[in-house]
Design a binder for this molecule. Structure first.
Ligand code: HEM
Length: 497
């Protein structure tokens, strides 16, 4: 045994056993899709099979779709995920069997204080919270919030003037980002943080940080999920606890100020939730408790900000690169609101070409690249048996670029969504807001925010590419579909009449 220096035989046996167990454990769950006869990239020990073709996960989905078709199996570290972009299967998963088998999303658990936010809520808790929040997003409520949105879009349009006058290159994020955040905080909390003029304000910092996933925690929970209850107990979180605490403090402060003051008559979303506390309803509709209210506010600020802001960045970029589309859109805007007239809600929402342009932008750049659900029970769909607890992932970004559903998918062609062409789109081929009972709660709200800003800006200016514009754009590998670097454009003033 001279060739085994330093350690005793027992130590060597233990060491080798440990290495074997470590290797076996790292591959344990990686045979699931092979057994199911589902194709997919070959997983690596512990790491699984995500991002093997591209480090940007949604571009990787696109590559997988080209290689494996509309259903494939992938492993997020050790966790098997069934990727589905077959429209018929999507109908069953997202709509027909949503309540029976697919009501919940995958839940990685370490959501810190946000466990009761709607996005993470499950079963009856989700039903109750969704029912309570839905009335805040009716078209009546949106009309009421429209004047607040207009205040912010006007301010942003005015701010652009000096940049345009000096012929400066504009980082489009510096305008549309604060606009989206200011609208969200005003509509949700009645607080005007004016992030347009205070770009380094705490709210901006925290809203950008809050859902930046901690990579070490993500890797650890993915590789050793049995430690999750312990991690939960000691307060480990995937999300930024400092930012969650910031929102908690803000809501507490606002509520304290409102107590006994005239603000109790505020028409903002926070006040609607507070009012729900005193509602006398059935058990299922018991109003939101204080903790739940704070979680929803935090979630709205984030869910509303990143999605609408990223949509506006891509719209500016696409229009700058497609001036003929921009000119046609400006004509529609000018004829709907002649002489740069005030934009009104009803007319804005009825503009057909504007809707087509925004829809086509959301097809090419859906801010949320994947939907996900978890099977509640074992279920067979189109001959595939999905086992209980398996995660089902809908690669929306890849679905929107499927060449059989979208001819020449990389082309920006708003006419795909014209009145005549729209009816030919398969209902499960276009899912920027998801679909079914668990679709986006803020869909109409998000669309108003985006359309209003675009219409007001294009009434006054045109976007134009310049030397500093990155073409093609490099994409951000982090959670939302967004550009890696700020989008730089020039803006030209339109004639004053
Ligand atoms: C362009 C803007 C937006 C896009 C593209 C978008 C997209 C999405 C998507 C894809 C989902 C998942 C749907 C599913 O799983 O089927 C979602 C969920 C959600 N969104 Fe949005 N969203 C936008 C704006 C907003 C806004 C402004 C709010 C609210 C202030 C909001 C609140 C939510 C909430 C609460 C959920 C979870 C719904 C649930 O679990 O029941 N979103 N959104």
């Amino acid at each position: 045994m001279g060739f085994l220096p330093f350690f005793s035989v027992e130590t060597w046996i233990l060491l080798i056993t440990f290495i074997c167990l470590f290797v076996m454990y790292g591959k344990w769950s990686h045979g699931v899709f092979e057994k199911m006869g589902i194709p997919g990239p070959k997983p690596l020990m512990y790491l699984g099979s995500v991002c093997q073709h591209n480090k940007v996960y949604y571009l990787d989905d696109n590559e997988c779709a080209k290689k494996y078709g509309r259903v494939w199996g992938t492993y997020e570290l050790r966790c098997p995920l069934l990727a589905v972009m077959d429209p018929e299967m999507l109908k069953v998963i997202l709509v027909k069997e949503c309540f029976t088998y697919f009501i919940n999303r995958r839940n990685l658990k370490l959501n810190a204080a946000l466990n009761d936010a709607l996005v993470f809520s499950e079963d009856d808790h989700w039903r109750r919270v969704r029912n309570l929040l839905t009335p805040s997003f009716t078209s009546g409520r949106l009309k009421e919030m429209f004047s607040i949105m207009k205040h912010h879009s006007r301010k942003m349009t005015d701010c652009l003037q000096s940049k345009v006058d000096n012929n400066e290159v504009i980082s489009i994020q510096d305008f549309f980002g604060p606009y989206s955040l200011d609208v969200m905080t005003s509509c949700v909390l009645s607080v005007d943080i004016d992030s347009l003029n205070n770009p380094n304000c705490s709210m901006m910092k925290h809203v950008k940080n809050i859902f930046k996933i901690s990579m070490p925690v993500f890797l650890f929970q993915g590789c050793f999920p049995f430690f999750v209850p312990v991690l939960e107990m000691i307060g480990v979180s995937l999300f930024c606890k400092e930012s969650i605490a910031f929102f908690k403090m803000i809501v507490k402060k606002i509520r304290a100020e409102r107590n006994g003051s005239s603000h109790q008559t505020s028409r903002d979303i926070l006040q609607q939730m507070i009012t729900s506390q005193t509602m006398k309803g059935s058990k299922n509709l018991a109003g939101l408790n204080d903790h739940e209210i704070t979680s929803q506010v935090t979630m709205f600020a984030f869910a509303g900000f990143e999605t609408t802001a990223n949509t506006l960045y891509f719209l500016a970029y696409l229009l700058a690169r497609n001036p003929e589309v921009m000119t046609r859109l400006q004509k529609e805007i000018d004829s709907t609101f002649p002489n740069k007239g005030s934009v009104d809600y009803e007319a804005l929402m009825q503009m057909e070409y504007l809707d087509a342009v925004v829809s086509e932008c959301l097809r090419l750049y859906p801010p949320i690249a994947r939907l996900d659900r978890k099977a509640k029970e074992t279920v067979m769909i189109k001959g595939i048996t999905i086992p209980k607890d398996m995660g089902v992932m809908v690669p929306v970004y890849a679905l929107h670029r499927d060449p059989e559903l979208w001819p020449e998918p990389e082309e920006f062609r708003p006419d795909r969504f014209s009145k005549e062409n729209k009816q030919n789109i398969h209902p499960y081929a276009y899912l920027p807001f998801g679909t079914g009972p668990r679709n986006c709660l803020g869909m109409r709200f998000g669309l108003v925010i985006v359309k209003l800003a675009l219409a007001e800006v294009l009434q006054n200016y045109s976007f134009s590419v310049c030397e500093e514009t990155e073409i093609p754009l490099q994409m951000n590998p982090e959670s939302f579909v967004g550009p890696l670097r700020p989008i730089k454009l020039k803006m030209l003033a339109r004639s004053t009449t």
